[in-house]
Design a protein around this ligand. Structure first.
Ligand SMILES: Cc1cc2nc3c(=O)[nH]c(=O)nc-3n(C[C@H](O)[C@H](O)[C@H](O)COP(=O)(O)OP(=O)(O)OC[C@H]3O[C@@H](n4cnc5c(N)ncnc54)[C@H](O)[C@@H]3O)c2cc1C
Length: 344
């Protein structure tokens, strides 16, 4: 398996469970090092256990705002964890008994581990993440800020910005820190300016020390199933990210696990991923994203305000299918008619 992010680890777990000896080749020195907010919602479909010592914070609610105005609080429906991603993935690999080789790079041109002179795996999966995704991507940037103010927080704060078509977030981090980020359809430079403005606008954050600035691209264009370096793609490289929220840990891990299981059973890992419920959820979110992209900021704000909290949560988490979503919109005319028409 190439890549020790959530997708590669999900695949390694499935293949190990099926009795295969698995080797994961990871270019970095530890798993899960790429920039990430590290939030995982509990939806009941994560194929790998989150061990207690990898949980940085239990999340019990999400507080939503639209263009600075309070929208609602999703309590009980929007629960989950902020994890130490590296610890979580290391645990999963060792529990599965998979071998991880770090600083081991797969050359996508030659399809060989360790470059042109290296060896060519006969069977495997490619989980190299966003750099290998060929669809639409946005940028996300976050600051790790030093403060004790969020040490007891069990809330995610989400601030939609309908002009940007994106959102700011405040996630409680490891004790003594908070993660404040922004993701959306803008250049990295513009996003950084927006994030600075957002931080300055908050009295409790503006004078605090920024310990780290990090960012990366996020695949939001929907599925792109195919091969890289001769291996079937899984995870974010294959578009397994929720296009409206940018949530990629759970979708990528499910994609990897599904592909690993299919490979172990002699099936087609690409077909299996494409037929998974998470694939359907991603496609629905992408359709909604396409529709709201064509609207102006005011129309987007109206839709966000008109969606009932539980439908909001179900769409964000990928728990609602296309048909039921359309029915929910049809039951509530007004601002949602435009979205309904755009989706049909
Ligand atoms: C700022 C930011 C915040 C985010 N916050 C969240 C969040 O809170 N919750 C959430 O669910 N998602 C979040 N995401 C998205 C999430 O991080 C990714 O979607 C997820 O990590 C994708 O998993 P993956 O395993 O497919 O790829 P990755 O996690 O990118 O893992 C790919 C791995 O492959 C390795 N690799 C790449 N090429 C090679 C090669 N040629 N040879 C060997 N190894 C290679 C890389 O070093 C890397 O470790 C965020 C993203 C960003 C940018």
């Amino acid at each position: 398996v190439v890549g020790a992010g959530p997708a590669g680890v999900g695949a390694a777990v499935a293949l190990s469970k099926a009795g295969y000896k698995v080797v994961v080749h990871e270019a970095m020195e530890r798993p899960g090092l790429k920039p990430c907010g590290r939030g995982i919602p509990v939806v009941g479909d994560l194929p790998v256990r989150v061990p207690g010592d990898a949980v940085v914070r239990r999340i019990r609610e999400a507080v939503m705002y639209v263009n600075g105005e309070y929208l609602f609080t999703l309590k009980d429906i929007f629960t989950g964890y902020i994890v130490d991603k590296t610890l979580f993935l290391e645990h999963a690999l060792s529990e599965a008994g998979a071998e991880a080789r770090y600083k081991s790079k797969f050359d996508v041109r030659s399809g060989r581990i360790g470059g042109p002179g290296g060896f060519k795996p006969e069977i495997g999966l490619f989980a190299g993440g966003h750099p290998y995704y060929d669809g639409e991507k946005i940028m996300a940037i976050q600051y790790i800020i030093e403060t004790r103010e969020y040490d007891d927080s069990e809330s995610l704060e989400i601030y939609f910005d309908t002009g940007l078509l994106g959102y700011y977030y405040i996630f409680p981090g490891k004790p003594g820190t908070v993660e404040v980020g922004v993701g959306g359809f803008a250049t990295p430079r513009h996003l950084k300016t927006l994030l600075d403005k957002f931080v300055k606008s908050r009295e409790n954050l503006r004078d605090k020390r920024i310990l780290k600035v990090e960012g990366a691209r996020i695949a939001v264009g929907g599925l792109s199933l195919g091969y890289t370096g001769g291996l079937p793609r899984i995870g974010e490289a294959a578009g397994f990210v929720m296009p409206l929220t940018g949530e990629g840990i759970r979708p990528s891990m499910i994609s990897g696990y599904t592909a690993g299981k299919a490979l172990a059973e002699g099936g087609d890992p690409l077909k299996a991923q494409g037929a998974s419920p998470i694939a359907e959820a991603i496609e629905l979110q992408r359709r909604v994203l396409n529709a709201v992209k064509r609207m102006d900021p005011e129309e987007r704000a109206q839709i966000l305000k008109a969606l009932p909290p539980e439908v909001h949560a179900e769409l964000s988490l990928g728990r609602i299918g296309y048909k039921r979503f359309i029915m929910e919109l049809a039951r509530r005319p007004g601002s949602l008619v435009k979205l309904l028409m755009a989706l049909r």
